[in-house]
Design a protein. Structure first.
Length: 135
């Protein structure tokens, strides 16, 4: 049996939010890396594939997260990495996104709107790491 920590990659251009998530997750036993943009996130995935990705939707472009999620889920080498989308897209744009109605466009394994309560975040992370899918 191994005591190796599960590795989580946060890809979010909000430095403060990413740092806060990182602290919470590290305090619960995870090894966490935070990438501030899509390019750094891709590089991190290629160099050391994580056990889970927490991905923001809106970064340089409003669709960056959706685009990266689609690319990863359609790449055989990365398709099994669970992706949790954590975003304020509805609050910032008024676009009412839902995995149930928009699931063809968003291939994430789970989705939650910012701000997410810590207990909910930890529950979703644990579910994805143990089962691979929540929604």
């Amino acid at each position: 049996m191994t005591d190796e920590k599960k590795r989580i990659l946060i890809i979010d251009d909000d430095q403060d939010y990413g740092d806060a998530l990182k602290i919470v997750l590290e305090n619960h036993g995870y090894s966490v890396h935070h990438a501030l943009n899509i390019g750094d996130g891709k590089k991190s995935i290629e160099e050391d594939p994580p056990d889970l990705i927490i991905l923001d939707v809106m970064m340089e472009k409003h669709t960056d997260g959706f685009d990266l999620c689609s690319n990863l889920k359609n790449d055989q080498a990365c398709s099994m990495i669970p992706i949790l989308m954590v975003t304020a897209v509805t609050e910032k744009t008024g676009f009412k996104f839902s995995p149930e109605t928009d699931g063809d466009y968003c291939l994430a394994d789970d989705y939650v709107a910012k701000p997410v309560p810590v207990a909910d975040l930890l529950s979703r992370v644990n579910n994805l790491l143990t089962s691979g899918k929540t929604c």
